[in-house]
Design a protein around this ligand. Structure first.
Ligand code: GTP
Length: 597
């Protein structure tokens, strides 16, 4: 394939601005998929993505497009738009020469528009601004273009205006891809160099490695080497995504496709690795990516001890297709044997948990999530803490550090004050405000990650009536006055309820948490004291009085079916309870920490 006829591009956008729809429209108009397939959004094939309408895992597809008697090979790499999945975006950008920057004609530039555009600018991609949804009744294209120029510094004079939904002007997108995005460079005669930009585990074929060719040619039967992992393997099959896996004879410079090898474990194929030829290796590997870093951790426990092994199996299966998710065994006095799981962010955590429950039909107890801390001990050791239970005795701690994020909010101008208040209340440090136009502004704060991961997004949405958006990146760790807060139920510490909090908010949080727990834990036949404590000192207390719960009491003895329903409901509720000593603690209680801010 002549590299001059190849174009490799991504579509980058804020969530919901229409990436998947445009991707599908490109596939439809080029005849890669049928009308029927178009309507079922083929690129988002994970069930959860469909339900939530978000793209989680980047995918790639090859489109043949005919123009002026030539057939171009357009390789589209689909990218996710949510903050949690930055690393997926960066991965796919490195495999491209250009990007379509898609912006909703009404919503305009949003937080992830900015973040994604900067990521593309950083790797020198050619950016083509595309205003989408021009079929909507209310649009503000001129203002949106002004925002593109003001905030992103891009030339918007040649921006495209399309409707991905109806297909209007989508032909101009093909033209721009061909005329504006540079073809890849590379030589078929140089030693093989290909970038691994993704991989997935297929039940029948083993590990499918996604590659972007740079130099050289790869064919079936070649003996290739994964340079970073130093693994050699024979190529069993190569092919392209059209959109299913379609074998081809060879892949040359600039092309995008897949390689099947004898490698059976996904962990040996790392994203960012370079593929070369075993007998004629390239001198140096391509610059790889930074490994995604887990920033949010929580415990996951099977409801009863017999579930431990099957939970392990399920976590293993999940991690096969999601290298950014980690897990390792841990034990809790309260919950028994389980796993400490690491995620990129809160949405990532929710998705993993839902997949486990839905696909595997497992009942889990999940503990409140926390971020990763660093502790410098008096003996000069640096500990990385991803579980509050690992915090050493305060007398051993020299410095307690927490991760700080640079957060950028894009909000209607009238909400600027509220956002500043919200950030200030959460120990934020003000950086700057920039107006995108007369009605909207970007506000930048540095905030402790722990103060934003749980509910900042929801708070932002509620104070801006849905119009505000945010994006964040971790900029480092700083020392803070942090303490471990323990919870005692009936005099005994429940380790899974311990949290790390800032000393200045400990009293307030402690009081809020015990209050919350009081509402979550049912009355028992005895009195239950719930206490919050720091280093043995009680800072808050609530008492649940004794009561014999009789759920059928309300039914006046008459309606049998209603009575049965209530009992079934109670049984269902019981399923998610954990017996702790004589006290039953429901699953929801372990998450109360989140609501007790
Ligand atoms: P994520 O995958 O979640 O990042 O979203 P996305 O950017 O892929 O957005 P998606 O294509 O799922 O579109 C979001 C919503 O906007 C869907 O309800 C689409 O039907 C709608 N939409 C996309 N393009 C257009 C358009 O041109 N016009 C109109 N009216 N609606 C559109």
């Amino acid at each position: 394939m002549d590299p001059k006829l190849i174009r490799n591009f991504s579509i980058i956008a804020h969530i919901d601005h229409g990436k998947s729809t445009l991707a599908d429209q490109l596939l439809l108009q080029s005849g890669t998929i049928t009308e029927r397939e178009f309507h079922s959004q083929i690129l988002d094939d994970l069930e959860i993505e469909k339900e939530r309408g978000i793209t989680v895992k980047a995918r790639s597809v090859t489109i043949d497009y005919k123009k002026d008697g030539q057939t171009y090979e357009l390789n589209l790499i689909d990218t996710p738009g949510h903050v949690d999945f930055h690393y997926e975006v960066n991965r796919s950008l490195a495999a491209c020469e250009g990007a379509l920057l898609l912006i909703d004609a009404f919503q305009g530039v949003q937080a992830q528009t900015v973040a994604n555009a900067y990521a593309a600018i950083e790797v020198d991609l050619e950016i083509v601004p595309v205003v989408n949804k021009i079929d909507l009744q209310v649009i503000r294209v001129e203002e949106v273009l002004e925002e593109v120029e003001n905030i992103l510094g891009l030339d918007a004079s040649e921006a495209l205006r399309v409707s991905a939904k109806t297909g209007l002007n989508v032909d101009t997108v093909f033209d721009a891809i061909i005329s504006k995005i540079p073809p890849p460079s590379g030589s078929p005669d140089k030693p093989l160099k290909a970038l691994v930009f993704d991989s997935k585990f297929d039940k029948y074929r083993g590990v499918v490695t996604y590659v972007r060719m740079v130099d050289g040619v790869i064919r079936k039967g070649d003996n290739i080497r994964f340079m970073r992992e130093n693994v050699n393997s024979e190529v069993i099959e190569i092919g392209q995504f059209r959109p299913g896996l379609v074998p081809c004879k060879e892949l040359g410079p600039g092309q995008v496709g897949y390689v099947l090898t004898g490698v059976k474990e996904l962990s040996r194929i790392t994203v960012g690795d370079t593929v070369t030829m075993a007998n004629n290796p390239a001198e140096a590997p391509l610059p790889g990516y930074q490994k995604p870093k887990q920033m949010v951790f929580c415990g996951m426990y099977p409801l009863d001890a017999t579930g431990f092994e099957s939970l392990r199996d399920e976590l293993q299966k999940l991690s096969l297709n999601d290298s950014s998710f980690s897990f390792q065994p841990e034990t809790s006095d309260a919950l028994g044997f389980g796993f400490r799981c690491g995620f990129l962010g809160m949405l990532h955590m929710e998705i993993v948990q839902q997949r486990l429950e839905r696909e595997q039909d497992m009942d889990l107890i999940q503990t409140a999530p926390n971020v990763t801390y660093e502790i410098l001990t008096k003996s000069g050791k640096t500990m990385v803490i991803d579980n509050p239970q690992d915090v050493p005795d305060p007398s051993q701690i020299d410095e307690f550090r927490e991760p700080i994020a640079k957060v950028s909010f894009i909000v209607p101008a009238e909400n600027v004050g509220t956002i500043m208040q919200l950030s200030q209340d959460r120990r934020g440090i003000y950086k700057n405000t920039e107006f995108l136009g007369p009605t909207r502004a970007q506000v930048v704060y540095e905030l402790p990650l722990s103060e934003i991961v749980y509910d900042m997004y929801d708070k932002l949405k509620s104070v801006t009536r849905g119009y505000g958006t945010m994006d964040y990146e971790i900029i480092g760790y700083t020392a803070a006055d942090l303490v471990k807060m323990d919870i005692l139920v009936k005099g005994e510490q429940v380790d899974a309820l311990s949290t790390i909090v800032h000393r200045s908010t400990a009293d307030r949080r402690g009081r809020a948490l015990v209050k919350r727990l009081k509402t979550e834990i049912n009355k028992h036949q005895f009195e239950i004291a719930i206490q919050a404590a720091i280093g043995g000192k009680i800072i808050a207390r609530e008492t649940i009085s004794a009561f014999r719960k009789n759920v059928t009491a309300k039914c006046y003895g008459g309606d049998i079916s209603r009575k049965r329903k209530l009992l079934e409901k109670q049984k269902e509720g019981k399923k998610r309870m954990k017996q702790f000593g004589a006290v039953e603690i429901p699953q929801k209680a372990f998450l109360s920490v989140l609501e007790a801010n």
